[in-house]
Design a binder for this molecule. Structure first.
Ligand code: 7TS
Length: 404
């Protein structure tokens, strides 16, 4: 196992205090903290080889181009994509989904259907609704049970030869449910449909194998994986990416431009118009190296220990109810305490140094399902500790007394 105190030394922010108390950061599902190596990579780029890429013959430009393309390679290897050019840099998960959703408008025919799950983040709902409005396609929803698990038999009923694309998250950001994506993908393929997996919450906790999953599109954000904000990736199968039109027009994404006709660059450049986010892409590669050095099996097993420990302690608090009780879940706990608004809990425990998210977590359909306005959400990362969970539980008890 890894040395947790040593790991915490890698994260400068964990040394700070909030409202005079040591920071307890349990909002990792919103964004993760950054290790020094990632911060250093950004400073190194801007201090030593900042240049625009793919266009200069000069040394700096070549160094920056090499580092940017090396980062793409790291992502390809990490996720086991078959081809380097199947990895497209995006600004994050939201961008990746919008790129695919916008592109699909040119591939649809009358009567086409999409299948979405009731567990999705708004960013995997709204772009598709916008697409349906533009094209007349319809959206079908896989329902969930009380545990916050997809009802697979209902999914099977929704599938038909009209199904064009299924889009589901790998892990729910609100409930932590790990979805059976391999089974979802196989069933969709059996009727000729494609699948997009929103991996925003999965990538920090596990290592998806794109070829083994045979997934058609997979998207994620670096900032949830100890990398910087403003960078993410879209994986797409070559033949599908070739079918999609470019998302944005501009420099770098063309082969030839005349006023009569423009032809587009090959993958991946067709989808990377303009000067990309060079520094953050490079630092994303460094974050992936960092996580792999720790090892995803170590990360998952330690985070599961934290999850079990916290779940047990929280359930000892009278009137506390946890939403999302699937056996197959990651280190996210959403809960409410009877008769107390989640926001009030969040505000009081912040005074005690504890950072959690409160509200609907951009998943209003989940809140509607449970008939609640929101939850308190604590999400743990591998740099959190059981001692921090103890502080959190004591803070909750204090909040409960103050608010009852
Ligand atoms: N999909 C899922 C499952 C997410 O959890 C998020 C962000 C997104 C998509 C969007 O990612 P972005 O990087 O493009 O913003 N989730 C959260 C959250 O749970 N709290 O803050 C952001």
């Amino acid at each position: 196992m890894f040395d947790i105190q040593q790991i915490r030394e890698d994260f400068p922010i964990l040394k700070r205090t909030v409202n005079g108390k040591p920071l307890v950061y349990f909002d990792n599902a919103a964004t993760s903290q950054k290790p020094q190596v990632v911060i250093d990579a950004l400073v190194d780029y801007y201090s030593n080889y900042n240049a625009n890429i793919h266009r200069g013959v000069h040394t700096l430009s070549q160094e920056a181009t090499n580092a940017y393309e090396e980062a793409r390679k790291k992502i390809q290897v990490h996720f086991n994509a078959a081809k380097l050019y199947e990895i497209i840099f995006t600004s994050g998960t939201t961008h990746g989904i919008n790129l695919v959703a916008t592109g699909y408008s040119s591939l649809l025919k009358k009567g086409d259907e999409f299948i979405v799950s009731a567990l999705e983040h708004h960013s995997n709902i709204v772009p598709w609704q916008m697409l349906c409005e533009r094209t007349g396609a319809t959206l079908k929803v896989i329902p969930i049970n009380e545990h916050g698990e997809l009802i697979f038999s209902e999914y099977e009923k929704l599938l038909s030869n009209k199904t064009k694309l299924v889009f589901v998250n790998h892990i729910s950001n609100t409930l932590g449910t790990i979805n059976p994506i391999k089974e979802i993908i196989d069933k969709a393929h059996a009727v000729g449909a494609n699948v997009l997996i929103d991996g925003a919450q999965a990538c920090p906790h596990l290592k998806p194998d794109i070829q083994q999953l045979d997934v058609d599109f997979y998207v994620g954000s670096a900032h949830k994986m100890c990398g910087p904000t403003g960078i993410g990736f879209l994986y797409g199968k070559e033949e599908l990416l070739n079918l999609l039109p470019p998302y944005q027009g501009g420099g770098e994404m063309i082969k030839e431009v005349t006023f009569e006709k423009t032809t587009y660059a090959d993958l991946p450049h067709k989808f990377e118009a303009g000067t990309p986010n060079i520094a953050d892409a490079i630092a994303f590669g460094v974050a992936i190296d960092y996580l792999n050095e720790l090892g995803f099996e170590n990360i998952a097993s330690y985070e599961n220990e934290l999850l079990q420990y916290a779940t047990k302690k929280l359930l000892n608090i009278d009137g506390l109810k946890i939403y999302g009780t699937s056996k197959n879940k990651t280190s996210v706990i959403s809960f409410n305490i009877e008769n107390i608004h989640p926001y009030d809990i969040g505000a009081i425990i912040d005074k005690l140094g504890v950072a959690v998210r409160t509200g609907h977590h951009c998943t209003q359909p989940i809140m509607d399902f449970y008939k609640i306005p929101g939850t308190v959400r604590a999400s743990f990362a591998f740099y959190n500790t059981k001692e921090e969970i103890d502080i959190f539980v004591e803070a909750l008890k204090k909040a409960k007394i103050m608010l009852s």
